[in-house]
Design a protein around this ligand. Structure first.
Ligand code: NAG
Ligand code: NAG
Ligand code: NAG
Ligand code: NAG
Ligand code: NAG
Ligand code: NAG
Ligand code: NAG
Ligand code: NAG
Ligand code: NAG
Ligand code: NAG
Length: 362
């Protein structure tokens, strides 16, 4: 019985994951730019991939075994930007964490990977050194094996979660403790590349097939997934014609200021209702939309019922995922939820007569 219960839970979770944004595999061969135009017209954009879960969803949405474009390209004139390896951690530069001339002794560079000694410095990614893995159990682990950056990342993703990422981890107390009594240079989950997603999101997830992909091949500026190499990525010339993946977030931002009730009516009349968020994936799709709002918050379909004394989604979904800001959960009559337009995109309860932009299901 216990097994059955867990199986049903498992099916429910699958259902929830699959009911958010979806990938579409388009068999028809097109150049990267034509594929982008097609996806923007029919869906949202060429596929972006946020993490390994997205990657399996993408892979499972095609039977094909060849190559297919995804929405990542190198048309940035070689302008590299820093990213953290752990998906979802945004890179925010802070001079005080860096030692700009900080390479020591035999460290080659300047390069495109970040290591920490007392501070961060940019070193060639082929340098081999110890490294620090972050584990979901909220711990950092020093690995005393010399590896280059890519090997270190693979090791951490296999045995733990990822390389240590974000200044909270890199400059935090736990990190400081690992350095006590040691002078060492160790890899952090920091890398710099010139690849950008078609939808301009800063997602840092990369899944290169290191045997086929070479970050120096300058005429191959568009990324594809190799479905017969477990979906790993390589690059090719953008005018070659290939099948491709689009994604559809099924959301639309309405850039008009309305009260919560007006927003609710508008979405019901013109679309498929005011957005509800029941998992981290839906939260992320909604964040991308909220980013473009003209008001500081966007309405979500979440409202407080003072007769029942609880929060509920207007489409009858249970509140099983939450992203409240620390002091944002005010439980009073006449309250509904606005998602912040930036930062952590947290939820803050608002008087429902305030007027904000809002997100509908398309
Ligand atoms: C993948 O499969 C396609 C067609 O089935 C084949 O042409 C291609 O060479 C294969 N690629 C690799 C890397 O095995
Ligand atoms: C990306 O583009 C830049 C500038 O055009 C080039 O230097 C770099 O080698 C390219 N990388 C790849 C993998 O093509
Ligand atoms: C390169 O990126 C930096 C930081 O994102 C930006 O300030 C700069 O304008 C970019 N340069 C070019 C040529 O795109
Ligand atoms: C940079 O880091 C320092 C020290 O941790 C902190 O005091 C400062 O507020 C940070 N600056 C920014 C812009 O985040
Ligand atoms: C890291 O080492 C692996 C295996 O030796 C190699 O294939 C790869 O090219 C190296 N990466 C870099 C950035 O040097
Ligand atoms: C590592 O990269 C540096 C600079 O990019 C280069 O000089 C060196 O030959 C490379 N070493 C290896 C083993 O590939
Ligand atoms: C990407 O990051 C830059 C700063 O690093 C930020 O200004 C920009 O808004 C971000 N873009 C998106 C779409 O998140
Ligand atoms: C944000 O707004 C700009 C300008 O109106 C538009 O080009 C872009 O596609 C919008 N992005 C999203 C994710 O809606
Ligand atoms: C919506 O309200 C904000 C202030 O909250 C204002 O800056 C913005 O221009 C308004 N947008 C529209 C489309 O009226
Ligand atoms: C919203 O309602 C509250 C109490 O009912 C009132 O004090 C406030 O002024 C109203 N705000 C707006 C923007 O109408």
């Amino acid at each position: 019985l216990n097994h059955l219960f867990h199986f049903v839970l498992f099916l429910l979770r699958l259902l929830i994951l699959w009911s958010s944004g979806v990938y579409h595999f388009i068999k028809e061969k097109k150049s990267w730019n034509e594929a982008q135009r097609y996806c923007r017209e029919k869906y949202t954009d060429l596929a972006k991939v946020f993490d390994m879960t997205d990657m399996s969803r993408l892979r499972n949405s095609a039977q094909n075994q060849g190559e297919a474009w995804i929405g990542l390209n190198n048309n940035t004139g070689g302008n590299r930007t820093w990213h953290w390896s752990l998906p979802g951690v945004e890179y925010i530069h802070n001079d005080s964490s860096w030692n700009l001339n900080g390479r020591y002794g035999t460290e080659p560079g300047p390069g495109n990977c970040g290591r920490k000694r007392d501070k961060l410095a940019e070193v060639s990614c082929n340098h081999t050194t110890w490294f620090i893995c972050y584990d979901d159990k909220k711990t950092l682990n020093l690995i005393e094996e010399k590896k280059n950056w890519t090997q270190a990342q693979n090791y951490c993703r296999y045995h733990h979660t990822d390389l240590a990422s974000g200044l909270d981890q890199v400059d935090g107390e736990e990190m400081k403790a690992l350095f006590i009594g040691r002078t060492m240079s160790v890899w952090m989950g920091l890398f710099r590349d010139s690849w950008r997603w078609s939808d301009r999101s800063n997602s840092s997830f990369r899944y290169w097939d290191m045997q086929l992909f070479n970050d120096e091949q300058s005429n191959k500026k568009c990324a594809m997934t190799l479905l017969n190499r477990s979906g790993k990525w390589s690059s090719d010339e953008c005018d070659k014609e290939k099948p491709f993946f689009c994604y559809d977030d099924k959301l639309i931002l309405i850039k008009e200021n309305k009260t919560w009730k007006e927003a609710l009516d508008y979405c019901r009349e013109s679309h498929r209702g005011l957005v509800s968020i029941t998992n981290p994936y839906q939260q992320r799709w909604a964040e991308v939309r909220a980013k473009n709002a003209s008001s500081p918050f966007v309405w979500l379909g979440l409202r407080y019922s003072c007769t029942l004394d609880l929060w509920f989604w207007v489409n009858d979904k249970l509140v099983c995922y939450e992203k409240w800001s620390r002091e944002g959960k005010t439980e009073e009559c006449g309250r509904a939820v606005g998602m912040m337009r930036g930062g952590q995109y947290e939820w803050v309860s608002q008087r429902d007569n305030e007027t904000y932009n809002f997100v509908c299901f398309k």
